[in-house]
Write a protein that binds this ligand. Structure first.
Ligand SMILES: Nc1ncnc2c1ncn2[C@@H]1O[C@H](COP(=O)(O)OP(=O)(O)O)[C@@H](O)[C@H]1O
Ligand SMILES: [Mg+2]
Length: 253
């Protein structure tokens, strides 16, 4: 039933409030199949709310959310099986080992023993966690913990992966490693939406959506956005601040 199959995820005029807090104020954005889309914005911008809506964990107050052309809240739709989610907060079992966490999530996803073993070997290989299978999750470094969360979210071979601040609290070297891992996934045909509060990570994405106080203030190729603002893509903070100023200036006028 997907009208535009090249669209992996889309929000159309989506609004969502929590009591008086307006988390999203009519946001429209689209993630194309096969790209790395960065949802960039400071704390409180609405990133997690957007991701929870995309994952079908929340209903919008109004507007439309589509995941591979389907409604992600439709419990009868198989589209949910195409989705992988790495939430912002720690979601692994700290007192289970790396191997036990993988097994636990494989059971949740209903993987056969054979499929699990094959997948486990692949995922331990790409995340380089193979030497740490006996280590408890709560004894992993920040970067290793995120890689394990990523491995758990990839067990069932999703087509679309949503990652909520995967690099937050991760040291710079592990951050780069994590990004390399993400590119490898996209190279295999996966679609990625990554949220981040770090402006410098915008340049790592094919396209970005800049979220500020529940509004999408810009969307596009980060290099193109930077060029339009006359700054280097590596200085993306300047783009963001300039857009915020323009927006607030417009409001004041
Ligand atoms: N469950 C909730 N209850 C009340 N307020 C919420 C809830 N979730 C989000 N909010 C509010 O919505 C806004 C956006 O939050 P969030 O989506 O978590 O932003 P981000 O992930 O970008 O930090 C914030 O003002 C936050 O306080
Ligand atoms: Mg968040």
């Amino acid at each position: 039933m997907s009208a535009r199959p090249e669209m992996a995820v889309s929000l159309e005029e989506v609004r969502r409030a929590f009591g008086k807090a307006q988390a999203l104020r009519g946001v429209s954005l689209s993630v194309h199949a096969g790209e790395v889309y960065g949802l960039v914005g400071p704390d409180g911008a609405g990133k997690t709310t957007a991701i929870r809506l995309m994952a079908g964990l929340l209903l919008p107050d109004s507007g439309k959310v589509r995941l591979l052309g389907e409604d992600p809240t439709d419990t009868r739709s198989p589209v949910r099986e195409s989705l992988g989610l790495v939430p912002q907060r720690n979601t692994l079992y700290g007192d289970l080992s790396v191997g036990e966490n993988l097994r636990f999530f494989a059971r949740l996803f209903g993987l056969s023993q054979r499929d699990f073993e094959e997948r486990r070997a692949q995922l331990l290989d790409i995340t380089r966690l193979g030497r740490f299978t006996e280590r408890r999750a709560d004894a992993l470094s920040g970067g290793m913990y995120k890689k394990l969360a990523l491995a758990c979210a990839l067990l069932h071979r999703p087509r679309v992966l949503l990652l909520d601040e995967p690099t937050n609290g991760v040291d710079p070297v592990s951050r780069r490693e994590l990004w390399e891992l993400l590119y490898a996934l996209v190279h295999e045909g996966m679609t990625l939406l990554v949220s981040t509060p770090y402006m410098d990570e915008a340049a790592r994405c094919h396209r970005v959506g800049l979220l500020h106080m529940g509004e999408l203030i810009a969307e596009g190729d980060p290099r193109e956005l930077a060029r339009r603002h006359g700054v280097a893509a590596s200085n993306f903070e300047a783009v963001f601040l300039s857009l915020v100023e323009k927006r607030d200036g417009g409001r004041a006028a």
